[in-house]
Design a protein around this ligand. Sequence first.
Ligand SMILES: Nc1ncnc2c1ncn2[C@@H]1O[C@H](COP(=O)(O)OP(=O)(O)O)[C@@H](O)[C@H]1O
Ligand SMILES: [Mg+2]
Length: 327
Amino acid sequence: MTELANQQAETLLDIRGLSVEYLVGDARLRAVDKVSFTVNKGETVGLAGESGCGKSTLAFALAKLHKPPALIAEGEVLYKGRDVLSFDDEELRRFRWKETSVVFQSAMNCLNPVISVNAQICDVLSAHHPEMNRGELQDRARELLKVVGIHPDRLDQYPHQFSGGMRQRAVLAISLALKPQLIIMDEPTTALDVVVEREIMDQLSELKKQFGFSILLISHDLSLMGEITDRIAVMYAGKLVEIAPSEEVLFNPQHPYTKGLVNSFPHLLGEKKELTGISGNPLNLYSPPAGCYFEERCPERIERCKSTDPALITLNPQHKAKCHLLG
Ligand SMILES: Nc1ncnc2c1ncn2[C@@H]1O[C@H](COP(=O)(O)OP(=O)(O)O)[C@@H](O)[C@H]1O
Ligand SMILES: [Mg+2]
């Protein structure tokens, strides 16, 4: 096999020029703007950026879960080479559980309060594996709870008897039930305290080693994702502004926005420094500028930034950033 063919064989998800817009009255708000990146088999990719930059909109669109007023303006989402956006209902149903599983922000509140955790796990299993009998379903449910660090004796309890962290673990168990190859997680631990958050992230790393799935982990917290991701993509106002191996993003960021974002979080490792953050407010997407979307807030802006939107520049095969200073 040539090297190129090898690389292609490794790609699981290939997002190509995806744009998602919201129709609001007569206006079209472009929440995701020509975003392209890949997630390889067994890889964990982080998607970072401030609130409102389009992360959730992108996550929904990836699984064709977007609803009006959101619409796909252009682009493709290739999963194993096939465009998810062209799937019919039956293909989507299979794709969403067996191939991919999506865990959203408030997932732990999505558990049905009047149904035991056991029944909820078994429901998912039996819907896709009608051949499994009751005993097999129970065994698998117990196994899944153990895998996410919950004692199987708690299987028959109801969600309200679980702490927030345990509910989120239970959601993780459900998302693993059908052995998906890709898990899309949108701020899966944001509602939890930092200790529980870290525990769940550690668990996720373990599970990944065990099962070998890929993860697209969405978070606004760079330091958290740095620990488990292989690469990090950074979005600003709907556009991908930088993508690189996690260490590069955290310790050698090239885009001024990424630099600001990195400086907004304390590094767990490395020397202590004053947190500078990013001044100014996120862009108003209703009236985007002609030039670089970050220009207004950019401490390094030059003349060209006001008039021309920079291209995504390839700094090396693994590192791309969208900035005139790099061109
Ligand atoms: N249903 C909606 N109608 C109109 N605009 C929306 C809707 N949902 C999100 N948006 C807008 O799309 C942009 C991206 O939002 P979102 O994807 O939720 O960002 P993030 O997940 O990064 O916080 C924001 O400007 C938000 O206001
Ligand atoms: Mg979001």
